[in-house]
Design a protein around this ligand. Structure first.
Ligand code: UDP
Ligand code: MG
Length: 322
């Protein structure tokens, strides 16, 4: 019995892209079915993330055209990570494997064959890793690679150059469902679940149409979310910084006492002001980082739902009626 595959695709304002890429996903499912690697019960599951354009209408139309297409719609825009999570949780009880992929055609869909092969060889998680970033602009490449380096340095372990193109088995998803946190950073959380995993390399292409929804500001927010939800290293760094400054202050105190005792002291307004400013600045930074963590705790204790599905496409009647 072949495994059932669900391709989970988050879509936010993608009316320009979806009509082009939807058939690529369908063809992939059909070709994998033909190669007898997956079951014909496999589906392309679109997650509409509260789009303001015609994306949901397009998805509903697709679901009417072919029974392999399915769609769910979030009640509002919740961001890429929550959209992927909604899709994975929707799929976990009805399939054996999921592959999450963006809908803009940037991730090479043909890498999915190797992913499925790796699953058939016994891997439960297969990370899609970009081998090159030639098509990205220098700025995007520089900031994106910096992102992974900073993340790892800050203690949030992520697979280098892996975004959210990955195969995850339903077995892993059942365990993953117990990770109840609200601040989710999927690419850093799946390695925590464990199980046998491997990587598949692919080349990332340019967006087929439309524009990226991930400008630098969103990427920085994602990095910050990743670091603060996976690691407490910033807190350790603050402690280290505090210790360093304490030592310096101690030396400063001894120095000023010596200067005062030897009678060379001058009423130094400038030095006093700079010291006060410096200490004030450091304290504010530290308070800010502490505040970020308290903010996260605040959000976590609320236990709000992480996604709300408002609509589902209707299942196209069985294949016999085709
Ligand atoms: N996306 C989403 N919700 C959002 C932003 C983006 O579901 O709030 C989806 C988007 O439709 C796409 C994927 O997430 O399928 C990746 O977004 P994008 O291509 O804009 O990011 P980039 O590839 O430039 O990092
Ligand atoms: Mg993209």
């Amino acid at each position: 019995m072949q495994p059932i595959l669900y391709i989970v695709i988050p879509c936010y304002n993608e009316e320009q892209v979806l009509p082009i890429t939807c058939s690529m996903f369908l063809e992939k499912i059909k070709s994998l079915v033909q190669k007898e690697k997956i079951s014909d019960d496999s589906r392309v599951l679109f997650v509409n993330d509260g789009s303001k354009d015609k994306t949901w209408e397009i998805i509903k139309q697709l679901a009417k055209e072919d029974y392999h297409y399915k769609g769910i719609s979030q009640s509002r825009n919740r961001g890429h990570q929550n959209a992927v999570l909604a899709g994975l949780m929707e799929a976990k009880d009805v399939c054996d494997i999921t592959v999450s992929i963006d809908c803009d055609g940037q991730d090479d869909i043909n890498a999915m064959d190797a992913m499925v092969d790796a699953y058939l060889d016994g891997c439960e998680i297969v990370y899609g890793v970009r081998s090159r970033r030639d098509t990205d602009t220098f700025f995007k490449r520089f900031t994106a690679e910096g992102f992974y380096k900073v993340m790892n340095w800050m203690g949030a372990e992520v697979v280098f150059n892996h975004a959210d193109y990955r195969l995850v088995s339903s077995r892993v998803l059942q365990e993953f469902a117990n990770y109840k946190e609200v601040n989710i950073f999927l690419r850093g959380m799946f390695p925590l679940v464990g199980f046998k995993s491997t990587s598949v390399y692919y080349e990332r292409h340019e967006r087929i149409a439309g524009e990226s929804h991930y400008p630098l500001s969103k990427m920085l927010a994602l990095a910050f979310d990743g670091i603060t939800s996976l690691s407490v290293k910033p807190l350790h760094l603050i402690t280290g910084l505090g210790c360093g400054i304490a030592v310096l202050s101690f030396i400063g105190v001894i120095w000023s006492v010596i200067v005062a005792l030897t009678g060379h002291s001058v009423a130094g307004w400038a030095s006093m002001t700079s010291i006060v400013c410096f200490i004030g600045g450091v304290q504010l930074i530290c308070l800010g980082v502490l505040g970020e963590y308290i903010g996260k705790i605040y959000m976590e204790v609320k236990h709000r739902p992480r996604y709300i599905i408002s609509e589902r496409t209707e299942e196209k009647e069985t294949k016999e009626m085709e």
